[in-house]
Design a binder for this molecule. Structure first.
Ligand code: UDP
Length: 278
């Protein structure tokens, strides 16, 4: 029954796909909640995975993004980015998105769909031999992640490029040349979402996913927080302790600004913007 409902919701989302962002590729079959101009889908993990598999099977151009507090703040400052994200399936990532959802829409999301846990679940379900291309991360990280992903998941890693070269269109050409089915883009946000927005509709690969620090985790460059910390939603504290210099601002000043921005949004929002299904 559950599987049937999932299939129905996947079908309806595909059927009712309508113009939304600059490429006119938004998805309108899912319930959504809007945050700073970004529509985040209200989905369970299995539903989102079924949707991705369906799009891949039908080779329909699909970009996926994970909205954490950091990305939402970028969207608040830059409406063009929010608009670009409206072409994508945007999933809720982390405690910041849940908190904003409580304040602005009256409840948290049904599940935390952070990329670090979502991607292994998706990669495990990909058809045997699916060709995956990695773009981003430091050179050694990307190379190691390529070996590790090919070992851990039923996929063929058909190529990779690290994320510290200026992209002059050659990365997209390389992705098409090797016939990738799935592209994982790890350039940090919002650079990765911008790159995806500018490139995904022209790539032959149907699934193009912004993955943040996923390759760092898979390669072992960055370790995950212990299970108990993840369960109480304190993984961010662990990340801050691991990389204090890089993340100090994000988890202090930026968090305060995010909470303030959510409060301001709550005060200024019209009742009709509370929550809606597209
Ligand atoms: N990254 C990159 N090029 C850049 C900036 C970042 O390839 O110009 C990579 C970085 O090496 C890391 C990934 O992007 O592998 C994610 O960066 P970050 O940890 O900042 O992302 P987040 O924490 O937002 O997921």
């Amino acid at each position: 029954m559950q599987a049937m409902q999932t299939a129905i919701s996947v079908e309806s989302s595909v059927e009712s796909e309508q113009a939304s962002g600059p490429h006119g590729l938004g998805f309108k079959g899912f319930p959504m909640r809007r945050f700073f101009g970004v529509d985040i889908s209200v989905l369970r993990r299995d539903e989102a995975i079924e949707f991705c598999l369906h799009r891949l099977a039908w080779r329909k151009s699909t970009a996926i993004a994970f909205a954490n507090a950091n990305l939402l703040m970028h969207c608040r400052r830059d409406p063009t980015l929010s608009e670009q994200l409206r072409d994508m399936l945007v999933l809720n990532d982390g405690v910041g998105a849940d908190l904003a959802s409580w304040v602005l829409h009256g409840s948290a999301f049904p599940e935390n769909l952070n990329g670090t846990d979502f991607l292994p679940a998706l990669l495990t379900r990909l058809p045997e031999g699916t060709k995956v291309f990695l773009y981003g991360a430091e050179p050694q990280v990307a190379e190691r992640a390529a070996d590790i992903l090919a070992d851990r998941f039923p996929v063929e890693v058909c190529g990779w490029r690290h994320g510290y070269i200026a992209d002059d269109g050659r990365v997209a050409a390389a992705i098409d040349k090797v016939g990738a089915d799935v592209v994982l883009v790890a350039l940090g946000n919002p650079r990765q979402e911008r790159w995806v927005s500018e490139n995904f509709a022209d790539l032959a690969a149907p699934l193009v996913i912004s993955v943040g620090a996923f390759l760092d985790f898979q390669s072992g460059r960055v370790s995950r927080a212990p299970g108990w910390m993840r369960r109480i939603r304190f993984e961010w504290v662990y990340r801050l302790l691991m990389e204090p210099n890089r993340l100090r601002r994000r988890y202090t000043v930026d968090v305060v600004q995010f909470l303030f921005a959510v409060g301001v949004e709550r005060l200024h929002r019209k009742p009709s913007e509370v929550s809606y299904a597209k």
